[in-house]
Design a protein around this ligand. Structure first.
Ligand code: SF4
Ligand code: SF4
Length: 81
């Protein structure tokens, strides 16, 4: 399983990673990002890229941009259908 680490001192609580994650892995708790469902992380590293504070680290993740895009499309279709 991918281990998600949040640098709580660096996180500014913007919530960008929470909105961006297609697997709903991340949540805000007391104004700081929190990996609520790390078991669902597919390691796309999109949240890592979007974070303005470089507060996210994913140990054991192999980037899969294609999978990220597929999940985004699936989630969009799920809302329409
Ligand atoms: S790596 Fe991808 S799936 Fe994992 S928490 Fe970040 S955005 Fe979500
Ligand atoms: S994008 Fe970065 S700074 Fe913003 S809530 Fe997520 S971890 Fe914190």
């Amino acid at each position: 399983m991918i281990e998600i680490r949040v640098d709580e001192d660096a996180c500014v609580g913007c919530g960008l990673c929470v909105k961006d994650c297609p697997m709903e892995v991340l949540q805000l708790q007391n104004g700081v990002c929190y990996p609520a469902h790390p078991e669902n992380c597919m390691g796309c590293l999109s949240c890592h890229e979007i974070c303005p504070a470089q507060a996210l680290e994913h140990k054991g993740a192999v980037p899969s941009r294609r999978m990220y895009i597929s999940m985004k499309v699936c989630n969009m279709l799920r809302k329409v259908i």
